[in-house]
Design a protein around this ligand. Sequence first.
Ligand code: DAK
Length: 259
Amino acid sequence: MDESYVNLIVNRQGRVGVAQLNRPQALNALNSELMDELVHALHAFDADDSIGCIVVTGSEKAFAAGADIKQMANAGVVEMMNSPFIGYWDAVQRIAKPIVAAVSGFCLGGGCELAMTCDLIVASETAQFGQPEINLGIIPGAGGTQRLTRAVGKSVAMEMILTGRRISAQEALQFGLVSRVFPAASFMEESLKLAAAIADKAPVALRVAKEAVNRAFESTLAEGVLFERRAFNLLFATEDQKEGMAAFIEKRAPVWQGR
Ligand code: DAK
């Protein structure tokens, strides 16, 4: 859509904004140029009232095979410390709208960390998830040791991070890393259908729901429940809450205003 993107294909399907990583010669390895474009596209979708949900996806062969090893191979410690590169993952985390990571093929290292920074992951049956950094003499550095552990538990995370073993889509489903596994043939269609179902909901409630679920990772149970209660009460100040409840009572579909 925006022709200035070199490593990204951006399009819209109804209220779903799609950002497709497109560096096929490197299995979508994430270099700073690609991440810069991705964050730019996500900000544009986030600011666009006609978009309700965002999908980040890759190719059939690779969501992303990690951060670009060639770009960082010769870096020193101070250069890595001063590098703005990690800021891209932080920027993805700050997007207010729901982001679905739709993963087919390799989803490794920084690619797996990117998927986990999104709000939910759906997978093609071909997907392979892994944190293979140990094979390079490093460890995950964009949240992998933390987010993977929260998603799949200590033992599975330890095995994946200490051995670099890749897990299949079915294992990822079983361990709770992904919410759905779709057949390869219908994977993109099903992923977009799920994103469209999200995009059709009340925009303010979506935003607050995302904040509340994410709060579960950042707070004690008591604090999280308090946050939820305040967020819940806040929604009674929206027109959409009045509309949603009126529509239920009048047995009709709600029309959301995002107010
Ligand atoms: N980086 C750069 N190029 C990559 C790449 C990567 N991560 N993965 C694949 N490629 C390139 C290959 O070099 C090859 O390029 P040419 O040789 O053709 O020029 C091309 O993509 C095709 O790859 P293969 O020939 O290897 O394809 P295969 O099907 O044989 O194997 C594979 C696919 C995914 C198993 C293999 O490519 C692979 O093992 N790739 C590396 C996977 C990996 O180790 N990922 C982790 C990278 S480290 C940071 C925080 C986090 C990070 C960085 C910074 N900060 C806090 C600043 C994250 C680090 C990582 O992700």
